[in-house]
Structure formats: structure tokens, C-alpha cells
Design a protein around this ligand. Structure first.
Ligand code: BGC
Length: 746
């Protein structure tokens, strides 16, 4: 950790005409002029009020500190933002309180709009499986439109934490294990939320979180310590955040974890040196819920006041439910423990966003009930949710082309605890407690099928049940059917924040239920609905067909039915590796070779291998089948050597050789064969999702430039080194179909 000395930082800040003043108060910037004019009228107490954020009384998304004077504090100008306030009516009501304050500075309303507002979209990890940036942007766009129409100014999304440990419940909120894919998705989500830009009535502020490295919590336990090299931080964990900055993310959220001994919230290296200095970030940073005061529990701050001091020094601009800034910052300034320039900088950043949103022109502009009524749950929003849900489904297995099923099948049995569940389709982060309509699998099948098909149903067991009591009934139901569709997985609250699990096998006796049903000899299609990669080896070996559907949101059942009956040809690819056993975790594709790579699974002697398991995952990153088949051929490189300022054109032919029209995701991986720092065996560097009709073929091209060949060398300088590179193209990280080599020359 290269942390700059704080005294030096303080000195810079206390110089007249501080760096911040130069950055944000430019005479030609009309918003900066307005911010300065307002700040000139503000007392120190009012400024600190802008840095203070409370939750509403209706919803707590963290441990609640009772505060009966909250609303009076809003009227006194001591609150800058509220979270968990939503709806045109409620936001107007609370904003009216702020309008009673001396300077009438509007509040910002923030909310966790993680995958949809009223219409629920697939969980972010599911959407990442679409590898479809337009679809992901669309999902965030609809969420942005709906929440803006419900008075919300700001979503605490996207979560851009790279996550390689499926025990960690929050993998559901992110884009999975890969930095390249994760960075593109970060950008798409920011674009989606912020639309054509802040100030438009359908745009909300995005918030890239959790800065930084939260996804690497030791042992997959939420809020846990993170300890990693600077190389890994810069190479793997920071790029999606940089991508969010580049896409214009209005805000950042810091994180609960400590990083190499320093809590992220009190980490000046992260928030000042990297984010605000090196990346020249002009937005503001909100703490995570209570993360400022939690620095006391970390053993980093001696009390709440010390925590406030450390957080503001480190660049945390707003205190979310930490109750640390408001009671302590005035005194800290008076005692000269912090420079008022730090507070001015934070206030400037926050007020700028309020001006950009147009809240000073009309503090109620997002709180319009008739607009809210029109926009929420609009037919086009649901249509988008169905499309994105279809794209998020991953076909893991399809023996003997069991799928798609025929719509004239006479009797279909739906068996399993998630067959009629709608609540679980919502996933963990769902903000609409006034229910949107969620379509269960069973209902989706009813919608799809005509009178000629009889739909049977048996729950078989509950999600977490340990009893086999209802197996006999499920087996009897299966026996009557021509085909069985099994709906298994996790309940909505088994993956999410504070939902780490050490055992990520299919919960309860569900896999036993699959075995019992499979023993009937009927064709069995298993649908796994979950918020994380689960382990289900018996099913993977024995079921006829498997679809990983995650939690798909409002249109879940319709989307599943579309895929089951071939109205949509699945094209999803896993954004995270699926382990064979918890003992393999973390298992991810972009690993290093080691000096003794596991060459042969049977010969583990003196090899980097397990005695009892292969190193490979059950399902690899990038894996996913289609009802069609795609042939990769005719790889061409336009040169075998390139210099640093040249590009290399790669092309090949992709052909749909199957019976169904559909999409394939062609994936380009590279390896720097020998470098001054060991490099992963492969890294995703590009991909294309291509639609082809049966028999159709297309030439697919990729361009390789220096950037794609670069990494941090021994001195942590970003660049590409001369030498040989291996180029691999395939339909999964473990299924390379074309390969070649080329050389980078000085
Ligand atoms: C989570 C954040 C979330 C915040 C507000 C925290 O516990 O870590 O991701 O945005 O609560 O709900």
C-alpha cells in the first residue's frame, strides 16, 4: 500500500487557493459559480449538514441507529441526503421539510435500485451472463426511468466489485469474476442509469461501489478483511471502477472492508490518491452504511470523532448513517484537527450534483405523481424485463436435444420448491415492497401453453427442507407426465448482503428430490434459480437438461417458458466459474500457470493439483450452450509480428451449423507467454455476440492493439513487453477452438 503522508496532504489543502478550489471553482463554469455563491452564505454547520445522510424510518438496509430528531434536523439544514425514501408522494413530503430550512437546499434521495425499480430485472450477475451490453444498459435505463419518476435522484449501483468467491453472497450484485467483462458492464450500467445526462427527468445518478476490493473478502465472508498485492488491486479490482469514472459515474461509494490494514473508508490512497487525484474524479464519495463509525470496531479509529477525522481526511465526502460527521466535524475544525478546506471540497462536490440534477430550480421536479403512475410498470418496461431475462439464462446441458420442448406435449409436471414461487424471482435487492407482478415458472408455462397440455404440479420439498416426506407425491406426479420440469435453487434471501454461505450445494434435500424424480425414467429438465454459482454435481452428471436461470425478476416465468419451448434460443454464458466443491474456491479461469502446472488430472505427483479433485471448475467462465451449433474456422492474422504502435487484425468464420437461429458469443483470449511478471494462462480481451440463421456464416474480426497486450511490470508501470503472445478463440474459456501465436516487437 503506497499511502501518501497525511501531513503533506493537509499542508496542500491548507494553502490558499487549494487544489480543490482550482478544480471546482473555475470562473467560467456557471454551476461552479452558483455553488460558490451558495457556499458563501452557508455557516460551517450548514456545510456539514450537506455531508450528512440518514435512512428513512420505513426501511433500514443496515443496523439502525434510532434518531427521533431526524426530521427536525432536516428542517434545521443539518441533512444533505436521505436514503430509502421513495415514491413521488413521500419524496415530496420529505423535501418539503428541507424547504423549511434557512437556505432551502434540496435533499438528495438515494436508494438501492440494483436491478429494477417497480419492474424487477434479473439480478446483475444474471444480466452479466447475457454478455449483451445493450441489454444491460437497457435494464439500467428502465430502472433509471422508473426510479426518477418515483422521486429518486440516485441509485447505489452499479456494484462493480470483481468477485471470485461464490460463498460471498454479494456475488449476485456484480458482474462476476472477469475484469474485462466487468469493466464493460460497469460502463453500460452507468450509461443506463444516467441516460442522456443529469438534469433530464429520466436520469438518476449512478454510484460505483464498493471502492475498493470488497469482492475479495477473505473466505467469502461478508465485510471481511481484504489483503492483496498492489498488482492485483490495479490489475483485477480497480479497472471496473476506472471504467465507471470514464463513463461519468456521478458518485462513488466506499466499502466496509479494510484493505491491507486500512479501512477503505479511511483510506486516502484509494479515495484521494487514486480516485480524486490520479483519476481526477469530480463526483463525490458516500460512505457505506455506517462505515465511518465502523472504523472504531476495525480498531483503526479510537472513537466516533476520530473516525470522522480519518474519513474526511481520506476523502469520504458523505456520511451514510454513520452519525459521525454531524456531531464531530465542527469541533474538529475548531480544534484545527482538520482544515475547513476538506469540508468545503466535499460540500462543493455534493452541491454540484444537486445543481446538475436541477433541484435548485425545482426541488420537487422528480416527485410528480401523475408521471410516476404513467412510467411505473409500463408495458414497455415489462417487455424489456422479459427480453433481458431471456438473455440471462444459461443452458448448461442438453442431452439428446431434449430442449426445446414441444408445445404439443400432452402432460408436463412442474416439480420443486421454486415451481410456483414468485417472491424468490425478485432476488435479494428489491426495493418495491408495493408489489409489481412477478410471474412464476408455473404461471409462465400456463401463459405459454394451450389447452392441449395438462400442467401437473408437486412441490416435492421446501427450499431448505431436510425432510423427504413429500417425495412420494412428487414421484407419482412425475410418473403421470411426459416431461418433468424441476425448479430448484435458493430462496431470495440466501444470496445477497450478509448472506455468505460455507456450503453452496443445492440447499436441503433438493438434489435428492431430483434423484428420486430422475429414477422414474422420465425426461427431466432442471431449472436452477439462484443468486450465486451453486454446486450440484450429481445433477450435472445425470439430469438430461439443465438451465441456469438465476433470479430473473418480474418476467421470470415468461422468460423461462420462452426458452423451454424454443421461442428464444438461449445464448447466455457464465460470468463466473462454477466450482465442483467448496474446497476449490477461489476457482477462476485467469489463473497463473505455476511452475508445476497440473498437466494430467490422474498424475498429481509433485504437481499443483488436488489429490481428490481436478483443478478445473464444474462449469467454466464463458460456458453456455445453444439449441444450435456454431462452427469456428479459418482463423487469419494479418501479420505475425507487430510493433507497439501497430494493430493486428484477427478474423475467422463463424457458422451456424444447427437447426435453430441463435446467437453465439465468440470469445478472444490472450496470453503473454513469457514476461517480466508472470501472466495468467489466458485473459479475456474481446468478445462478440453474433446472431446467425441456420446455415448462415459471418466473418468475425477482432483488433489487437498495445492496450490489450499491456500489464503492470515490475515497477508497476503499465505497458506491453516485446515477445510472444498466444491467441485463443473459443465459445468458453475452457473450450478454445482456434489458436495461433504472434509476436510483439520493439
Ligand atoms: C450496502 C450498500 C448499500 C447500502 C445502502 C449497505 O449495507 O453495503 O451496498 O448501498 O447499504 O442500502
Amino acid at each position: 500500500m503506497r499511502k501518501k503522508a497525511l501531513p503533506a496532504l493537509l499542508f496542500i489543502l491548507s494553502c490558499s487557493g487549494s487544489v480543490f478550489a482550482q478544480q471546482n471553482t473555475g470562473a467560467t463554469d456557471p454551476i461552479a459559480q452558483k455553488v460558490e455563491a451558495l457556499m458563501a452564505k452557508m455557516t460551517l454547520e450548514e456545510k456539514i449538514g450537506q455531508l450528512n445522510q440518514y435512512t428513512s424510518d420505513r426501511l433500514a438496509t443496515g443496523p439502525l441507529t434510532p434518531n427521533s430528531s431526524k426530521y427536525q434536523e432536516i428542517k434545521d439544514g443539518k441533512v444533505g441526503s436521505m436514503l430509502n425514501v421513495k415514491g413521488a408522494k413521500e419524496t415530496r413530503m420529505i423535501q418539503e421539510m428541507a424547504m423549511q430550512s434557512r437556505l432551502k437546499i434540496p435533499l438528495l434521495f438515494g436508494l438501492d435500485v440494483i436491478h429494477g425499480y417497480r419492474v424487477t430485472f434479473p439480478i446483475p450477475l444474471a444480466e452479466a451472463a447475457s454478455w449483451d451490453l445493450n441489454a444491460i444498459e437497457l435494464s439500467a435505463r428502465v430502472a433509471g426511468k422508473e426510479s426518477a419518476a418515483a422521486g429518486v435522484h440516485w441509485t447505489f449501483a452499479p456494484m462493480v466489485d470483481i468477485a471470485r468467491d461464490p460463498r460471498w453472497g454479494r456475488v449476485m450484485e456484480g458482474a462476476g469474476e472477469d475484469t474485462y467483462l466487468g469493466s464493460l458492464i460497469a460502463k453500460a450500467r452507468v450509461r443506463g442509469f444516467q441516460g442522456k445526462g443529469l438534469g433530464n427527468l429520466d436520469a438518476i445518478m449512478a454510484c460505483a461501489k464498493h471502492f475498493a476490493a470488497y469482492g475479495a473478502a477473505i473466505a467469502g465472508r461478508d465485510y471481511n478483511t481484504v489483503d492483496m498485492s498492489d498488482r492485483q488491486l490495479w490489475e483485477t479490482y480497480l479497472p471496473p471502477f476506472k471504467a465507471a469514472v470514464d463513463a461519468g459515474a456521478a458518485t462513488f461509494m466506499n466499502s466496509f472492508n479494510d484493505l491491507n490494514g486500512i479501512p477503505a473508508t479511511g483510506n486516502a490512497y484509494l479515495q484521494r490518491d487514486i480516485l480524486k487525484d490520479k483519476w481526477n474524479y469530480q463526483g463525490f464519495v458516500v460512505s457505506d452504511w455506517g462505515s465511518i463509525s465502523e472504523m472504531v470496531a476495525h480498531g483503526f479509529a479510537k472513537d466516533n470523532k476520530d473516525a470522522a477525522r480519518l474519513a474526511i481526511l481520506a476523502g469520504s465526502d458523505m456520511d451514510m448513517e454513520g452519525h459521525a460527521y454531524l456531531p464531530n466535524l465542527v469541533q474538529l475544525v475548531q480544534e484545527k484537527k482538520i482544515d475547513v478546506a476538506l469540508i468545503n471540497d466535499a460540500v462543493r462536490r455534493i452541491l454540484r450534483k444537486k445543481f446538475e440534477l436541477g433541484l435548485f430550480d425545482d426541488p420537487y421536479r422528480f416527485s410528480n405523481e401523475s408521471r410516476e403512475k404513467k412510467v411505473l410498470n409500463a408495458a414497455e418496461n415489462r417487455k424489456a424485463a422479459r427480453e433481458v431475462a431471456e438473455k440471462s439464462i444459461v443452458l448448461l446441458k442438453n442431452d439428446n436435444q431434449l430442449l426445446p420442448l414441444s408445445k404439443s406435449t400432452k402432460k408436463i409436471a412442474v416439480i420443486g420448491p421454486l415451481g410456483k414461487s414468485s417472491a424468490d424471482m425478485k432476488g435479494f435487492w428489491s426495493v418495491t415492497w408495493d408489489n409489481d407482478h412477478l410471474v412464476s415458472l408455473y404461471e409462465g408455462l400456463q401463459n405459454k401453453l394451450g389447452k392441449q397440455t395438462e400442467l401437473l404440479y408437486s412441490e416435492g420439498c421446501g427450499i431448505k427442507d431436510t425432510s423427504r416426506q413429500h417425495f412420494a407425491e412428487a414421484v407419482a406426479t412425475a410418473k403421470q407426465a411426459d416431461v418433468v420440469i424441476m425448479a430448484v435453487g435458493e430462496a431470495f434471501d440466501m444470496s445477497g448482503e450478509a448472506k455468505s454461505r460455507s456450503n453452496i450445494h443445492l440447499p436441503g434435500v433438493q438434489e435428492e428430490l431430483i434423484k428420486a424424480v430422475q429414477a422414474t425414467g422420465k425426461p427431466v429438465v432442471v431449472l436452477v434459480m439462484a443468486g450465486r454459482p451453486l454446486i450440484f454435481n450429481w445433477t450435472a452428471d445425470n439430469a438430461n437438461a439443465i438451465l441456469y436461470t438465476w433470479w430473473l425478476g418480474s418476467e421470470a416465468g415468461n422468460a423461462m417458458a420462452d426458452v423451454l419451448f424454443g421461442d428464444y434460443n438461449p445464448a447466455g454464458k457464465l460470468p463466473m466459474s462454477f466450482p465442483r466443491a467448496e474446497g476449490q474456491i477461489p476457482v477462476f479461469y485467469a489463473s497463473k500457470s505455476t511452475g508445476r502446472p497440473a498437466l494430467d488430472e490422474k498424475n498429481t505427483n509433485y504437481r499443483s493439483a488436488y489429490l481428490d479433485l481436478p483443478n478445473s471448475p464444474r462449469y467454466a467462465f464463458g460456458y453456455g450452450l445453444s439449441y444450435s451449433n456454431f462452427d469456428f474456422s479459418d482463423l487469419k492474422l494479418n501479420k505475425s509480428k507487430l510493433s507497439q504502435n501497430e494493430t493486428l487484425q484477427v478474423s475467422f468464420t463463424l457458422k451456424n451449423t444447427g437447426k435453430y437461429a441463435g446467437e453465439e458469443v465468440a470469445q478472444l483470449y490472450l496470453q503473454d507467454v513469457a514476461a517480466s511478471v508472470t501472466r495468467p494462462v489466458k485473459e479475456l480481451k474481446d468478445f462478440q455476440k453474433v446472431f446467425l440463421k441456420p446455415g448462415e456464416s459471418k466473418t468475425i474480426s477482432f483488433t489487437i492493439d498495445k492496450e490489450k497486450l499491456s500489464f503492470y511490470d515490475q515497477k508497476m508501470t503499465w505497458g506491453a513487453e516485446a515477445g510472444e503472445f498466444k491467441l485463443m478463440i473459443g465459445n468458453s474459456s475452457d473450450h478454445i477452438l482456434l489458436q495461433d501465436k504472434f509476436e510483439l516487437v520493439d
